[in-house]
Ligand binder design. Structure first.
Ligand code: SF4
Length: 518
């Protein structure tokens, strides 16, 4: 039996794809190897969100090729989709499989045909990727032969094809790989289920839509079925996530498509004013329904399963509807945790980023969330060093971070991605200035997090114990169990508790960035 090993990079969506790839290989009759250097097929499931992510992927390819020179190295994921020829040119790579072909990756990996030189790649014409400036994106689809996995895996290096590329227009791709994954290595208590993939927005700095394609959703009944299976397997918390989770359901039958609304709008404009009036009412009602698709999904999970706690991952500011906030606030079964990407507090920068909200919209949403859920974790992604970001614009961001009730921040430094509009913008920010802005926001975020944690001293919080077994030291303070609160704070519990239990604990102190209590 052949063996495989998968290394995932990047976001939760990529981790979720990696979990689905594991099942694909198992159904092809391959077995998971314990270590990369013991596997016959090594899959590197890459990210391309920054230049550093590309660099990490290249370093990993070189590492695998050095440590396990006999392995078939398959590179997939977002970097493979964005720059397939660049990846294929790295010595040691056997196969490049873009996100467009990820749903059949294992079959390609074990059945791939003969060598196709990179220079013979057919560059697709008229593809949207090219229109977006992805000149090197190659469109190549070869027909796999039907050699068995063992035949392929037993070929020698000389017989084995060198590099093949399977990449096509991601916008034509409708598959959604879905398999629950776990947040951190070794943590097996809080599965993460990707219920949505792709994005229809076009933020000027972001390459994701071009490597993950259009927004698409896992149907409600499949989400509920997955949630039920996880509950039956004993899990007490489920995290639902997506590339643009707030758009869940809008592509599904019954979901109201933006194109449909546009069509309706143009038809109505041609008719009389009465019709126009009723048209705008119906449009407003469509918009409301669209805005509440995610809320409907959350309700279905709560109503149709006995899940103890549901955590909702990142949702774009404009998708935090009143209904969503109200539902989160009113149900003890939903973790009090809102992650709302902000990117910048400057109107001018948000416009250059092609973000769809203004700073005052963002502010309103965060304040509404805080009002409805006074103890919730509220987090944001913030980007510094976007082209042309002046000191005054950065100051607007800093002030907004200072003023809003954030409990944590993810601070990113802008990284130009080939083919995106921002990569063509003038006035890049120097590394020194970007680093300093990053540090300022991180320090501010650390201070806000500490204040938030200290506000719980003497109070009782809900904590789920994580995978790690309790550690007991007779000569020290007894036992220690690590947990995560409902509102996303790490907590050290002074007793031994089995993993995967929700317990009520009293916070005694804050030590080393974690709550301590019993
Ligand atoms: S919302 Fe913007 S930043 Fe997020 S994935 Fe879509 S395009 Fe990228």
């Amino acid at each position: 039996m052949g063996t495989f090993y998968i290394e995932n990079f990047g976001c939760r969506a990529t981790q979720a794809d990696g979990a689905a790839l594991e099942s694909q290989f198992q159904s092809q009759g391959l077995q998971r190897a314990d270590a990369m250097d013991a596997a016959q097929v090594v899959v590197l499931n890459t990210c391309t969100v920054t230049a550093a992510a590309d660099q990490d992927a290249r370093a990993a390819i070189r590492r695998v090729s050095r440590k396990n020179p006999g392995a078939r190295i398959v590179v997939t994921g977002c970097y493979a989709q964005r720059a397939p020829a660049e990846v294929a040119a790295i010595p040691g790579v056997s196969l490049v499989v873009g996100n467009s072909h990820k749903h059949e990756l294992a079959s390609i990996a074990v059945n791939a045909p003969g060598f196709v030189p990179v220079e013979k790649l057919v560059v697709g014409t008229g593809s949207r990727l090219q229109a977006a400036g992805f000149s090197e994106t190659s469109i190549l689809r070869t027909t796999p032969d039907q050699r068995s996995a063992n035949d392929l895996l037993s070929t020698t290096d000389e017989q084995r094809p060198t590099t093949e590329i399977f990449v096509s227009d991601i916008f034509a791709h409708t598959e959604l790989l879905a398999a629950p994954v776990f947040d951190a290595a070794g943590e097996r208590t809080r599965p993460n289920l990707k219920v949505q993939d792709g994005c229809d927005n076009r933020c000027s700095f972001c390459v994701i839509p071009f490597v993950r394609g259009s927004s698409r959703s896992l149907p409600m009944e499949r989400v509920v079925a997955e949630a039920r299976t996880l509950v039956e397997a004993g899990y007490k918390e489920l995290v639902i996530s997506g590339i643009n989770l707030g758009r869940w359901g809008r592509d599904l039958r019954g979901g109201l498509q933006a194109s449909g609304s546009r069509l309706q709008q143009s038809k109505l404009k041609k008719s009389g004013s009465k019709l126009q009036e009723s048209g705008s009412r119906s449009q407003a009602s469509d918009a409301r329904k669209n805005a509440n698709m995610l809320t409907a999904l959350i309700r279905a999970i709560l109503d149709q399963t006995s899940l103890e706690k549901l955590r909702v991952s990142s949702v774009e500011p404009m998708d935090w509807s009143e209904e969503l906030i109200r539902l989160m606030a009113s149900s003890a079964r939903i973790a009090k945790h809102a992650h709302v990407p902000m990117q910048s507090g400057s109107d001018a920068v948000l416009r250059r980023m092609h973000r769809k909200y203004r700073p005052w919209h963002y502010r309103e949403k965060i304040l509404a969330i805080r009002k409805a859920m006074p103890t919730a974790a509220i987090g944001a992604d913030v980007m510094v060093g976007f082209p042309g970001e002046t000191d005054a614009e950065f100051e607007e961001t800093r002030r907004m971070v200072e003023e809003l009730p954030f409990t944590y921040l993810h601070v990113f430094t802008y990284s130009a991605r080939p083919g995106t509009p921002a990569a063509e913008m003038k006035s890049p920010i120097s590394v020194r200035v970007a680093k300093e802005r990053n540090r300022i926001l991180r320090d501010l975020a650390a201070q806000k997090k500490l204040e938030f944690m200290r506000s719980f001293i003497g109070k009782t919080v809900d904590v789920i114990t994580l995978k790690q077994e309790a550690k007991c030291h007779e000569d020290q303070d007894g036992c220690l169990t690590i947990g995560l609160t409902d509102n996303y704070l790490k907590m050290q519990l002074r007793e031994a508790h089995p993993p995967n239990q929700w317990i009520a604990a009293t916070v005694e102190s804050v030590v080393g960035g974690e709550l301590v209590g019993s």
